[in-house]
Design a protein around this ligand. Structure first.
Ligand code: KIV
Length: 279
């Protein structure tokens, strides 16, 4: 077994990455790959590329909805995107974020939000932010049979309280707090934990402490897997964070294609006979 080649499961023999494959990957030292997607078109591409998990992140706010932060993202936004992604994904483990304001009130609010996501999207798991403060919510959702992914370190829904996009867990006290949060999330039943913008050594310590996999973003290489926001990974924007490698320059390529299209329509060279129908 490997995350990248899970055994056939399901009626059609589809090779679907399941929650136990994530744990096995950690035990076997095999890296887990996760990428965000917010629509069917990109999800199908990433699934075909063999990514192990697709995160329908509330980063949809910044990346797709023109918002400055993730805070205004709604459960409706996540459900619509989650359904689109899950509907075309054959192999990857699909995780949908619970957005700000849909779980902080307590376990019953969190459970209701998670149940709606699971009923209406076809995703495999939900993700929510916070450690000790979110443990009761993770427990309630887990007890209902819904896998939960935790999210620690820089948690974008708390961007105002954290004073901006800053590395978290620096210094002994903060690193100890992060370890406590990680253990609380695991104890509450989380199946994996995202570590965002955490010093590499601290992320390595947390990874060694936990039996569930850690998935890093800006957390160095000594974690069990990596996640990137697809628009950063593919070079869709002029700027991308330091921790996000640009594996392509799709933004430039797309602009080039659109520029050519505009020019050809204006010049009357598109559509040609091969794009037109006979009487
Ligand atoms: O919403 C998101 O894209 C995320 C990643 C940054 C992990 O939570």
């Amino acid at each position: 077994m490997s995350v990248t080649n899970p055994p056939p499961t399901g009626a059609q023999g589809a090779r679907r990455v399941r929650v136990h494959h994530l744990r096995q990957a950690k035990e076997q030292g095999e890296k887990i790959t996760m990428i965000t997607a917010y629509d069917a078109a990109t999800a199908a591409i990433f699934d075909a590329a063999g990514v192990d998990s697709i995160l329908v992140g509330d980063s949809i706010g910044n990346t797709m909805l023109g918002l400055e932060t993730t805070l205004p993202v709604t459960l409706d936004d996540m459900v619509r995107a989650g359904r689109a992604v899950a509907s075309v994904t054959k192999r990857a483990f699909v995780v949908v974020d619970l957005p700000f304001g849909t779980y902080e009130d307590g376990p019953s609010q969190a459970l209701a939000s998670a149940v709606r996501v699971m009923k209406e999207t076809g995703a495999a798991a939900v993700k929510l932010e916070g450690g000790v403060r979110s443990a009761a919510q993770i427990r309630a959702i887990t007890d209902a049979g819904i896998p939960v992914v935790g999210h620690l370190g820089f948690t974008p829904q708390s961007v105002n309280a954290l004073g901006g996009h800053r590395v978290q867990g620096r210094g002994d006290e903060r690193a100890a707090a992060l370890r406590r949060d990680a253990l609380a999330v695991q104890e509450a039943g989380a199946v994996a934990v995202v570590l965002e913008m955490v010093p590499q050594g601290v992320a390595a310590d947390v990874t060694g402490l936990l039996t569930v996999p850690t998935i890093g973003i800006g957390a160095g290489v000594d974690v069990d897997g990596q996640v990137l926001v697809w628009t950063d990974m593919a070079g869709m924007t002029d700027w991308s964070p330091r921790f996000a490698k640009r594996f392509a320059e799709i933004g430039q390529a797309l602009q080039g294609a659109a520029t050519d299209y505009v020019a050809e329509v204006r010049a009357g060279t598109f559509p040609g006979p091969e794009h037109s129908f006979e009487r």
